[in-house]
Ligand binder design. Structure first.
Ligand code: AMP
Ligand code: MG
Length: 419
């Protein structure tokens, strides 16, 4: 049995190099870009009007009201042909190039046009440079607009569009196949588990899919596999080939029971088993391996215990850590915060415990809170099968192995779940 830290280290050491792909800008929000992007233009590309109004010489309207002759009208997208000379103005729309000679734009609200004389009455003065966005004031051609390894927000997407970056190189999401094992399992489309039988609905596939969907992955499910050597071998080898899937996640069949034969099947299929027990509670029987002939991301295999809470916790702690590195996306991994414990934790273990909990933010500086920003309350749970208990949880309190009982008021590391 190895520690959680050691298991994470082994996973990190055995991850393949990240892979890259080209994505269209419309699909790039939330992705991590894998190239620096430079601007191909000045921004703005020319001196541009920030208002609908009149391009003027500010010195002409020092003593308003004044009347100016209107030389032409310049809509956005058109270039002015005339020059603003003393006593003249050019009507201009937002986004149009400011004509030469003008040093300010007076907004249309401060003017009145006289069609008979083709003049405009200006009621207010304007300072030099007002309502003009100057060429290259935001960005110069060749300036870097986005650094490689940035997770793209909608703001970045707008900027990338403005510099004409229609396709870009991004870290590739590994493909993931999920299969669940167990003779007792039935599909949820079956309306009721049959009375008098020992059936259990397959919930792991759904929670796993949802956990991975939440951080941007679209796993494919191979469904339920029965606990016999032949079927398992056939299905798992299909999963390893997996239509090219980079990661295979299995649930169930890795404990000490007579029918827990998944590890044997993996060995038979020449999977390199890198560990098979971790000092974590819940989730001890957790197998991590690498297929000898893997897919693009190296054919990683995460074989998780079948108990729903174990399966959930292992995914949050280990699988997300791996995906976070493969995609260079720190947000995939859960944040660990320090929180003040509201109720004592008396049950201790020689394994690292992940206790379902309710976490909330508090005011900094309250005396009892010892300046911590977070408060956390452990939730009652019947253990690793208690899927009900984790529904109220938005976090897991991490209690290190062989920790003494914790009193209320102690500061504990807590893993936040995604909102
Ligand atoms: P195992 O790890 O195969 O020994 O399974 C441990 C427990 O988890 C058993 O009570 C199983 O019925 C249950 N279990 C296994 N797979 C699933 C699943 N896909 N959905 C819900 N419960 C499961
Ligand atoms: Mg089983």
């Amino acid at each position: 049995m190895i520690t959680v830290e050691k298991a994470l280290e082994i996973i990190r050491e055995n991850l393949p190099e990240p892979q890259f792909e080209t994505v269209g800008l419309s699909d790039a929000s939330g992705r991590v870009i894998a190239e620096d992007v430079l601007s191909d233009i000045d921004m703005p590309p020319f001196d541009k009007s920030a208002m609908d109004g009149y391009a003027v010489r500010s010195e002409d309207i020092k003593l308003p009201p004044v009347e100016l002759e209107v030389l032409e009208i310049v809509p956005a997208g058109k270039t002015p042909v005339k020059e603003v000379k003393p006593g003249k103005a050019i009507k201009i729309m937002t986004g149009a190039p400011v004509p030469s000679g003008a040093d300010a734009v007076i907004m249309v609200e401060d003017t009145q046009y006289e069609p008979a004389t083709r003049t405009v009455r200006v009621f207010k003065g304007v300072k030099k440079h007002v309502n003009i966005c100057f060429k290259a004031e935001d960005l110069k051609e060749g300036d870097k607009v986005v650094n490689s390894d940035t997770k793209l927000t909608p703001q970045h997407i707008g900027l990338l569009a403005a510099v004409g970056k229609s396709r870009l190189r991004a870290y590739k999401y590994p493909s993931i196949t999920i299969a669940t094992t167990g003779d007792e399992l039935v599909e949820i489309t079956q309306l009721r588990c049959k009375m008098g039988t020992a059936e259990i609905r397959n919930s792991n596939t759904y929670s796993l899919m949802a956990q991975l969907n939440k951080v941007g992955f679209k796993p494919v499910s191979l469904g339920i596999i029965r606990d016999d050597m032949e079927t398992l071998t056939e299905k798992i080898s299909e999963g390893l080939k997996g239509g090219g899937a980079d990661i295979l996640i299995l649930t169930g069949g890795v404990s000490m029971g007579d029918y827990d034969i998944v590890e044997d099947v993996l060995k038979k299929l020449k999977v390199d088993i890198l560990f098979n027990k971790v000092a974590i509670k819940p989730g001890k029987p957790f197998v991590f391996g690498r297929a000898s002939r893997g897919g693009g991301a190296g054919g990683l295999i995460f074989s998780l215990p079948g108990n729903p809470v174990s399966c959930f916790v292992i995914t949050e702690v280990f699988i997300k850590a791996a995906l976070s590195i493969l995609c260079a996306d720190k947000t995939i991994k859960n944040q660990i915060v320090q929180a003040v414990l509201k109720k004592p934790i008396t049950n201790t273990s020689n394994r690292q415990q992940y206790i379902p909990a309710r976490l909330w933010e508090t005011e900094r500086g309250q005396k009892a809170d010892r300046d911590a920003l977070w408060m956390v309350e452990p939730l009652a749970s019947h253990g690793s099968a208690d899927i009900v208990s984790i529904c109220r949880a938005n976090a897991f309190i991490i209690v290190p192995p062989d920790s003494a009982p914790l009193e209320a008021g102690a500061v504990v590391n807590t893993m936040r779940l995604p909102e």
